[in-house]
Design a binder for this molecule. Structure first.
Ligand SMILES: Cc1cc2nc3c(=O)[nH]c(=O)nc-3n(C[C@H](O)[C@H](O)[C@H](O)COP(=O)(O)O)c2cc1C
Length: 221
């Protein structure tokens, strides 16, 4: 992290028609993003994840603290351990920790406590939120708006991975404290999202859903 003085902003205005076509093209792409729960085990081409993680790292953050770390898990034994621990939490979630309304809301997604994708997907990206940071002399440093900052960075990451042609799932087998321990991360890092990444399987199906229209999304004041 560096902030030293000021520099001119590198920005060029685009022609209105170019702006419109770029925004529209991104909308078409965004509309095709779906949460994937069935992955191929085919490997991800070298370098793709690194570009996407760097894109996530361009997100704005409170006081530019960049309160995030992205842990990439590809080792089959580690993925198996993550799956086992996640399924343990999810069994409790589905059998009582989630209330009736929550379980009913999930019915149309066809999800349950079994999380095979955590082993099938070639990579798991665990987004860690820094609740605080440790300075050069071991002192505790404050971070600000970490939920908002890491949420934005995660959005950048999901969109970057989709743009690169990969499928993702935004997964939250909560409570996720087991990940800090399993991944050997320091206690200031709190698991935020567990994102399996890879190509969708050939026979991958997704639940039918509709999204809110522009009229529902935008309020003109
Ligand atoms: C914060 C968050 C947590 C989620 N947790 C889970 C999860 O634990 N398991 C799962 O299968 N999907 C999870 N999802 C995915 C949602 O079910 C999915 O985004 C929603 O159904 C819309 O589908 P789409 O992503 O295909 O547009 C989560 C999404 C968000 C944003």
């Amino acid at each position: 992290m560096t902030t030293s003085g000021f520099q001119p902003l590198d920005h060029k205005r685009l022609a209105p028609d170019v702006m419109q076509s770029r925004a529209q093209a991104l909308l078409v792409e965004a509309q095709q993003r779906r949460s994937v729960r069935h992955f191929s085990s085919d490997p991800i081409p070298d370098g793709v994840l690194d570009y996407c993680i760097q894109i996530a790292g361009t997100a704005p953050s409170g006081a530019h603290k960049e309160p995030w770390t992205f842990v990439v898990v590809t080792d089959p034994a580690k993925k198996k351990a993550v799956r086992e621990a996640a399924e343990e939490e999810e069994r409790e979630n589905y059998s009582g920790r989630m209330n009736e309304e929550w379980v009913k809301d999930l019915e149309r997604l066809g999800t349950n406590a079994e999380k095979e994708f955590l082993e099938t997907a070639p990579a798991l990206i665990v987004v860690m939120r820094h609740a605080w940071q440790v300075g050069p002399d071991g002192e505790r440093q404050q971070c600000y708006y970490t939920q908002e900052s890491v949420g934005i960075a995660s959005g950048f990451l999901l969109m970057a991975l989709h743009h690169a042609g990969l499928g993702t799932l935004t997964h939250t087998p909560s409570p996720m404290g087991f990940l800090t321990k399993l991944l050997g991360r320091p206690t200031n890092e709190k698991p935020y999202l567990l994102i399996p990444v890879g190509y969708p399987s050939e026979d991958c199906e997704v639940p039918h859903l509709t999204r809110r229209s522009l009229e529902q999304l935008r309020i003109q004041d």
